[in-house]
Design a protein around this ligand. Structure first.
Ligand SMILES: Nc1ncnc2c1ncn2[C@@H]1O[C@H](COP(=O)(O)OP(=O)(O)O)[C@@H](O)[C@H]1O
Ligand SMILES: [Mg+2]
Length: 295
């Protein structure tokens, strides 16, 4: 079985996946997303140098938000060519836009923070009055806490909205969910759910590890597990990470769903499971099932 791992600019963790995959797959190839070429004509191909990834058994994507339009096309071609990926054809259209994913999750009965998607700073100011201050401002794309801001009054909100518009950034509003400085990353690998919590760094209300947050053990509630499974199903992910805020007492909400979620040895230790290995084993299991189906 052959596995390719496609990685974007901000992904450093594909080496970790490579290490595990090399023990399980017959061959493993790491491919930078910028090196890919999608070819349409008599045949469709996904070329990296002269290697056609449609000949691979499985491809695991670790693209980041900037590559998402490309990722949408890529996944569709791979799926059509019967290559196993961790996503369905539409998955990255939800994943790539935090506010579109809110819609899909809400439609599937999952609690999400009240969110307003608008291109107009003036409409945003009016909407913020309804949502109540403080209000969260988010660029629709963004990872690692970058692009997530907070305003406590109209005077703080309006200049940011104006500036973002001039930088042609789509920025949207969200109700601020009071929290104790932690949130939870719930990882879904097929039906298997594990996770950890993240505690913020000092005064930062964002808990992203890349923004200085620290991983701590999580006590996943039954609701978090069920919601994460529903979110994965609704967005078509076989493998993903959901960011959850809140607790059992005050209620939980899903903030976003990530295709390329953080992986590390420290995370494995904290969870008490080799999550990277579980991920690779799942891709291998599906590749095997797929090859048997073809026979
Ligand atoms: N509506 C919200 N209320 C309170 N905190 C939030 C809200 N949205 C985001 N945060 C905080 O900011 C962090 C980053 O937000 P998130 O939507 O997950 O974006 P990113 O893609 O940058 O991780 C979250 O993990 C959480 O700590
Ligand atoms: Mg997040």
């Amino acid at each position: 079985m052959k596995l390719a791992i496609i990685y974007g600019d901000v992904s450093t963790k594909h080496q970790l996946i490579m290490e595990r995959a090399e023990d399980i797959f017959d061959s493993v190839l790491a491919v930078p997303v910028d090196g890919l070429k999608l070819v349409h004509g008599e045949e469709q191909k996904v070329l990296y140098k002269d290697i056609d990834l449609t000949d691979y058994d499985a491809v695991y994507l670790r693209t980041d938000d900037r590559d998402m339009l490309f990722a949408e096309h890529l996944v569709e071609i791979l799926n059509e060519e019967d290559v196993v990926t961790q996503a369905e054809n539409d998955t990255y259209s939800y994943e790539s836009n935090k506010f579109y994913s809110m819609k899909v999750l809400a439609e599937n009965g999952i609690n999400v923070p009240n969110s307003v998607y608008t291109l107009s700073p003036d409409v945003a100011v009016k909407a913020a009055e309804r949502l109540g201050y403080p209000v969260i401002m988010k660029t629709v794309k963004g990872v690692g806490g970058e692009g997530v801001m907070r305003a406590s009054s109209e005077n703080e909100l309006k200049p940011v909205m104006d500036t973002m518009k001039s930088f042609e950034q789509e920025i949207c509003l969200q109700e601020f969910k009071e929290h104790d400085g932690t949130d939870t990353r719930v990882i879904v690998i097929n039906g298997h759910v594990i996770g950890y919590s993240r505690s913020n760094a000092g005064d930062d209300w964002r808990s992203n590890i890349s923004a200085g947050g620290e991983r701590v053990e999580a006590n996943l509630s039954q609701k978090m597990v069920e919601d994460a499974l529903t979110a994965a199903r609704a967005t078509g992910f076989d493998i993903c990470g959901c960011d959850v805020i809140g607790d059992e007492e005050h209620g939980t909400s899903i903030l976003e769903i990530n295709g390329s979620f953080g992986l590390s040895e420290e995370m494995n230790e904290l969870i008490g499971e080799d999550v990277v290995l579980s991920l690779v084993e799942r891709m291998h299991e599906r590749a095997l099932e797929n090859s048997r189906k073809e026979e």
